[in-house]
Design a protein around this ligand. Structure first.
Ligand code: HEM
Length: 210
């Protein structure tokens, strides 16, 4: 009898180790095993994301500024959506000259605000409801921007990945890149869902990032 029990427990241990433990596992409660269908990252990937993000968190402003410079380099027309950037001086009036932006205090402030939002979202990856509510709310606030289209959210993906690569250097491995890709796509999908939400009440940027 004792032998049968220890054989059974060994089998369960192995299944847990292999990540193949069935949802009806009698040892670990179901809630801890059933994954949320809204979460595309595995527990291990979430852990790696949070660990890697700590380095970005220590360099929010330069990472954010680089991200926006890349966004505007690749999508010049988007500068026009930002009242505070479009008026910045351009060398010889050239539309694609972004040199004024790089040193702009306005861009540093905006980039830091957007990075703080990403930071809050990423830190909430473990609580899908909090992640979802928070980023939907941010997505929804973009409705008040004249000319903004929900498709614009996905333009941030390459710029986000390039800026993470710049900050992480050697730590930006292929594995980390694929985890950052899954994460930014989840962020973008959630922002879009928020943007698509019906309006009930006033939309304010301030209430969401305070
Ligand atoms: C990761 C994706 C994004 C996040 C988390 C995000 C977040 C935010 C936040 C927190 C603000 C308010 C910040 C502030 O007032 O300084 C904001 C404003 C804004 N965002 Fe986004 N955003 C994202 C992507 C984009 C993209 C791709 C565009 C491209 C057009 C964009 C355009 C704007 C504009 C035009 C404003 C208003 C700026 C102003 O009124 O001063 N956002 N965004």
């Amino acid at each position: 009898m004792g032998c049968e029990l220890s054989r059974f427990l060994k089998k369960v241990d192995k299944q847990v180790e292999d990540g193949a433990c069935p949802k009806t596992c009698p040892v670990i409660p179901t809630q801890t095993l059933a994954s949320d269908p809204r979460m595309p990252l595995t527990t291990r990937q979430k852990y790696s994301m949070l660990a890697s993000w700590k380095a970005i968190n220590r360099a929010m402003e330069p990472t954010g500024v680089y991200m926006f410079i890349k966004l505007f380099e690749e999508n010049e027309e988007l500068v026009e959506l930002f009242d505070k950037f479009k008026a910045l001086p351009r060398i010889d009036g050239e539309a694609n000259d972004l040199s004024g932006l790089e040193s702009s205090l306005e861009l540093a402030e905006h980039a830091t605000a957007v990075m703080a939002t990403l930071d809050e979202g990423i830190k909430a990856l473990d609580t899908v409801d909090v992640f979802d509510d928070f980023l939907r709310q941010i997505g929804r606030t973009h409705k008040r921007i004249p000319g903004f289209k929900k498709e614009y959210f996905s333009r941030i993906e390459p710029a986000f990945l390039e800026s993470a690569k710049m900050t992480l250097g050697d730590r930006y491995t292929d594995n980390i890149e694929s985890i950052y890709k899954i994460t930014i796509n989840l962020v973008i999908e959630t922002l879009i869902k928020g943007f698509e939400m019906e309006d009930f009440g006033e939309i304010s940027m301030v209430e969401t990032i305070s």
